[in-house]
Design a protein around this ligand. Structure first.
Ligand SMILES: C[S@@+](CC[C@H](N)C(=O)[O-])C[C@H]1O[C@@H](n2cnc3c(N)ncnc32)[C@H](O)[C@@H]1O
Length: 299
């Protein structure tokens, strides 16, 4: 992946499946907070491997959930993942290939009625006009329906500030490089527009009210289990490999990362007992109240 190029979702399918499996408890906890006992229609926008689709299906007593993604390869991975884990006929799971917001009218037809819950995790920030996307998603809601956006929070950290190789602050500079990549990725999206305000404001401008944010801490202190150490090593290897061709990480830092990620090197991170996992995930929620006026983009 190089600077300014769109994300190649197909190449990330297996990684999204791993993340959906790993994040299962987080999805289930969010679904339990968001799904109401009377909900009959839910939508997972930019569903990836369907981690939240499955959690919502497990939480609803009956009805339908429609998992939406713009990438057919991702939907194929979601289908395999979901069919491995879901067979209860009381809640049907459907997959639909739709590009948000351009395909919103098609999605509305697929749904056949207004939705009780629309969930979108880490998907809207891949759309050029994020406000247009959120406004379109808000338009899918029934009175009393909820739109939940899992966006923002704090990126996961794993390493002490000084790892004894290269300049201290190595992981902080990797985050900074990722931030610059993100800005370039967004600028290169079709119809890219800046959104110089936060997600709660985006929900309000989409015509929703009772807007709230809830954040959860992921904390796995050192020493990590073997499984969590594996997650850290895979996560860092992925990010270094993905940012390497962008030129956004200094050569000295790449040299340090290559040694830290090499199992044959004495500085291999897998040997350390002080790795940790620490991050914050935020969910922003807005409600369409009965009789509420539609979106006012000038607000
Ligand atoms: C970072 S992944 C997040 C996947 C999943 N929601 C999660 O949180 O793990 C973003 C997903 O959004 C999908 N996506 C990107 N742009 C989209 C768009 N315009 N319409 C629908 N889906 C989109 C991608 O194909 C990908 O599956």
């Amino acid at each position: 992946m190089s600077t300014g190029m769109p994300v190649d979702w197909s190449s990330l399918a297996s990684q999204l499946v791993d993340a959906a499996r790993r994040d299962r408890p987080w999805y289930l906890a969010r679904a339990r907070e968001l799904v109401g006992s009377a909900d009959r229609l839910a939508v997972d926008i930019g569903c990836g491997a369907g981690g939240m689709t499955l959690a919502i299906a497990r939480t609803m007593t009956c009805g339908r959930i429609v998992a939406v993604d713009a990438s057919q390869d991702i939907l194929d991975a979601a289908r395999d993942h979901i069919s491995d884990e879901w067979s209860d006929p009381r809640v049907s799971v459907e997959l639909s290939r739709v590009d948000i917001p351009a395909g919103t009218a098609t999605l509305r037809q697929t749904l056949g009625g207004p939705a009780d819950l629309v969930w979108a995790s880490a998907a809207v920030h891949h759309v050029g006009d994020q406000q247009a996307a959120v406004t379109a998603l808000a338009g899918l809601l029934a009175p009393g329906g909820r739109l939940a956006l899992a966006e923002g929070g704090l990126p996961e950290q794993h390493l002490p500030w000084d790892v004894g190789l290269g300049e201290p602050g190595l992981e902080g500079r990797l985050h900074a490089a990722q931030d610059r990549w993100f800005a370039q990725m967004r600028a290169a999206l079709p119809d890219s527009r800046r959104m110089p305000y936060g997600w709660t404001e985006t929900l309000r401008r989409a015509g929703l009210s009772s807007v709230t944010t809830s954040s959860t801490l992921l904390e796995r202190p050192a020493p990590l289990t073997d499984a969590d150490r594996g997650v850290v090593l895979a996560n860092l290897a992925h990010r270094v490999g993905w940012l390497r061709p962008t030129g956004l990480v200094a050569t000295d830092d790449l040299d340090a990362w290559d040694r830290l990620l090499d199992p044959a090197d004495e500085h291999w991170l897998g040997l350390r007992l002080d790795l940790f996992r620490l991050s914050v995930r935020s969910v922003h929620l807005g409600v369409r109240h009965a009789g509420q006026a539609g979106a006012n983009p000038d607000l």
